[in-house]
Design a protein around this ligand. Structure first.
Ligand code: 5GP
Length: 198
């Protein structure tokens, strides 16, 4: 999606060869009009997938996911990051290791907010090694529902997240795909280029 690429070119900062900072419009300050545009694009892309709920992982996925849910006219559910297991209550939980922080958390979903006949669209800000999305897929499968698609704002295509998700049988649509990051360098993959991962 050209608009997102342009914005990343203008405001994104490569902190290293693997981490991109987009704090001015996605991760810290949020641009609502831009989120609306991204949400509309996802909704258009997934309009024929029979989506019944949009899921996201707190916190940076919430803003775009909210807009997607608004355009698809379905509820949005936030998967929570808990520090420890909840031992009572009707919850699905799975352990995730965070790429950016190097920490672990229990991804948590209260069972009331998913039904076995739901078709879920998962929206997240970044795709790196696919830890978060794979964890979300485990929760969704535990409930018997279907993960019908995954929508990502920024895919770092030099990491193996897409391959991992595709190998597991999931469909991934990324609005911007980054081929290379480095000191002052942000390169994108064109739409028809194949995925490359290490
Ligand atoms: P994964 O689970 O795919 O390994 O990593 C994705 C998660 O880590 C995203 O939800 C995002 O919060 C965070 N993340 C991964 N790479 C980056 C990055 O380069 N920049 C930022 N801001 N977050 C990232």
């Amino acid at each position: 999606m050209k608009l997102l690429e342009e914005r990343i070119r203008k405001e994104g900062k490569a902190l290293s060869e693997s981490v991109l900072k987009v704090d001015s419009f996605i991760n810290h300050q949020v641009d609502p009009e831009f989120m609306d545009l991204l949400g509309k694009d996802f909704a258009e892309h997934f309009k024929d997938y029979g989506i019944t709920k949009v899921f996201t992982i707190e916190s940076s996925g919430i803003a775009p996911a909210m807009m997607v849910a608004k355009y698809l006219q379905v509820p949005m559910v936030i998967l929570k990051k808990q520090t420890s297991k909840i031992l009572n209550g009707n919850v699905y939980q799975t352990r995730i290791t965070s790429f950016t922080k190097g920490t672990s958390y229990e991804l948590t979903l209260f069972s009331d907010y998913i039904q076995s006949d739901d078709k879920i669209l998962l929206i997240d800000d970044f795709l790196a090694n696919g830890e978060a999305a794979t964890g979300a897929s485990r929760l969704i499968e535990q409930s018997g529902a279907e993960l019908a698609g995954i929508g990502i704002l920024i895919e770092k295509s030099f990491q193996n997240g897409r391959k991992r998700l595709e190998d597991a049988g999931y469909y991934v649509y990324s609005q911007a795909r980054i081929r290379k990051l480095g000191n002052g360098v942000i390169e994108f993959l064109s739409d028809d280029e194949p995925v490359i991962s290490e």
